[in-house]
Design a protein around this ligand. Structure first.
Ligand code: ADP
Length: 176
């Protein structure tokens, strides 16, 4: 049995509602808001979030930047920019893994004990969900096996089918 899986939770729901130390936003390179989870986070956090994002000079694909959470129950928001799926031959997997690692590094720097991720790149950026799930689970499990914080990582899925992909990947991890 893996000792990693107990530190990973799968949750179905709206990430803006989670009272964790940090939630991760699947942003775009401008960091100035967009649709999907990005739009939901900006609406819930309020206009002060956009004001802070304007000071950050954007973010590269695969990188992450941290802001306060403003009106969210979460203390911080870690904005990361996932790759747009272009068939898999353009370094998408490495870039997506980098999103998870860089986000976790920023969470560690703020001593976040609980961090929640959405399924980065799987919406308008069209990354195939099964492949994105595998990258997410592999990268997060490798990171937490080497770091005491975060104590818990939540994969926040918008729907039950996505949550099942995570559960299956975690079962494979536990059996490895
Ligand atoms: P990207 O541009 O990185 O593809 P999207 O926001 O379009 O980002 O989608 C990323 C994932 O976030 C999708 O799987 C989508 O279903 C999910 N999602 C959208 N809104 C929310 C929300 N409020 N909470 C959690 N997940 C969400």
């Amino acid at each position: 049995m893996s000792e990693i899986a107990p530190r990973i939770d799968v949750h179905v729901g709206d990430i803006t509602k989670l009272a964790v130390d940090a939630i991760v936003n699947a942003a775009n390179t401008s960091l100035l808001g967009g649709g999907g989870v990005d739009g939901a986070i900006h609406r819930a956090a309020g206009p002060e979030l956009l004001a802070e994002c304007r000071t950050l000079n954007g973010c590269k694909v695969g990188d992450a930047k941290l802001t306060k959470g403003y009106k969210l129950p979460a203390h911080y928001i870690i904005h990361t920019v996932g790759p747009v799926w272009q068939g898999g031959g353009k370094g998408e997997a490495q870039l997506l893994a980098s999103c998870y690692r860089r986000s976790l590094e920023l969470a560690v720097a703020k001593d976040c004990r609980t961090v929640a991720f959405p399924a980065i790149s799987t919406g308008v950026y069209r990354y195939p969900k099964d492949q994105a799930t595998q990258v997410a689970v592999d990268t997060v499990s490798a990171f937490i096996s080497q770091n005491a914080v975060p104590e818990t990582v939540v994969f926040c899925c918008f729907d039950q089918q996505t949550a099942e992909l995570y559960q299956q990947a975690l079962l494979r991890l536990a059996g490895a």
